[in-house]
Design a protein around this ligand. Structure first.
Ligand SMILES: [Zn+2]
Length: 342
């Protein structure tokens, strides 16, 4: 089989490897498509230090069940079944203690991040059967690669309790921000604003039902003053000082800001926006198993707007050039998938 190996920072090579065989409690997945995450790009360049040479990355993926390991026969999974997988893997002994908040387990491993696990930028990978999430036969299968990023977004929307409100702001309209827009809409938030400098990304967010504005053309707060005033909740899908400041400035007194973007390790904050005006900042990272399953159901049952999140699909042979282009901000508005089934 083919596997995309991070040979060194800035270089992905296509290698021929043995197809792995599923062990006890595991499933072999035939990969159809795997999405390129911002964390993969920053791992590829070395910017985030979260990927290492020799690794096969890939955590936003969809495929079909190719083989069942020992002990999986009675699980209801069948060969040929379309499926995605939840990349957050807990040791079995942690399952009960961390039920409902699996992402908090200090013993978790993340497929596609942990360097010792060959992940989904390959024709096949092995996944614990308990992390497999089946998908219906009648959906465009590549959309299954959007479940993971949508789970990230859904978790953030739930963390900041956005569904209790009718208006929200998303700061940053890149792939994370786009998923957050979609999650807000699917969770019933009627009016979603997006602040984004790139016109193609603004246009994509508008197609998802948001009202987009350019923060370089005027302040977000001034824009909101003509659109009903400050918002009760804002979600920062960038995570740098200037965007957190935008999110704090755009929320009403007592409002909440969710930090889901991871653009910077340290932030410069206007503390009085938090103390004297009683705003709350909440963090959000990955998702619970329930968030992931709910995101899968939303993708499976959702309308055609979900397909808007995919900008293009590339062949494995073109992955290295695509990573380089995305790292150089080539103007791609949405998500790029590496397609392995063609
Ligand atoms: Zn990701």
């Amino acid at each position: 089989m083919r596997a995309l190996v991070l040979r060194k920072m800035g270089e992905l090579v296509l290698e021929e490897r043995e197809i792995p065989s599923p062990g006890e409690g595991e499933v072999l997945l035939r990969v159809v498509a795997t999405g390129i995450c911002g964390s993969d790009i920053h791992g590829y360049t070395g910017a985030n230090g979260r990927r290492v040479p020799g690794q096969v990355m890939g955590h936003e993926s969809v495929g079909t069940v190719a083989a069942l390991g020992p002990g999986v026969e009675g699980s209801g999974l069948a060969v040929g079944q379309p499926a995605t997988f939840n990349p957050v893997v807990l040791p079995v002994e942690d399952a009960e203690a961390f039920a409902g908040r699996e992402q908090h387990s200090p013993n978790k491993t993340v497929i596609g991040v942990a360097p010792e696990i060959p992940a989904a930028f390959a024709d096949y990978l092995v996944v614990p059967a308990r992390n497999i999430v089946p998908l219906p036969d009648d959906m465009p299968i590549e959309r299954g690669a959007l479940v993971e990023p949508l789970a990230v977004a859904l978790h953030a929307v739930r963390r900041v309790r956005a569904a209790e409100h009718s208006r929200a702001l998303v700061v940053g309209g890149g792939p994370i921000g786009q998923s957050v827009v979609l999650a807000l809409r699917l969770e019933g938030v009627r009016t979603v604003f997006v602040s984004e400098v790139d016109p193609a990304r603004r246009a994509l967010c508008e197609r998802l039902g948001a009202t987009a504005m350019d923060p370089e053309a005027g302040s977000i707060l001034a824009f909101l003053e003509t659109h009903g005033g400050p918002v009760p909740v804002a979600l920062d899908a960038v995570g740098i000082s200037v965007t957190v400041a935008d999110a704090l400035n755009a929320t009403e007194f007592g409002g909440s800001v969710c930090l889901v973007g991871m653009g910077a390790r340290r932030l410069d904050l206007d503390a009085y926006r938090i103390s004297t005006e009683e705003r709350t900042i909440v963090g959000s990272f990955t998702y619970s198993a329930a968030d992931f399953a709910d995101a899968a159901a939303l993708v499976a049952g959702g309308g055609d707007e979900i397909g808007e999140l995919i900008s293009r699909e590339v062949a494995p042979e073109d992955a290295d050039a695509t990573f380089t282009a995305l790292a150089g901000r080539d103007g791609t508005a949405g998500k790029v998938l590496v397609r392995f089934d063609r």
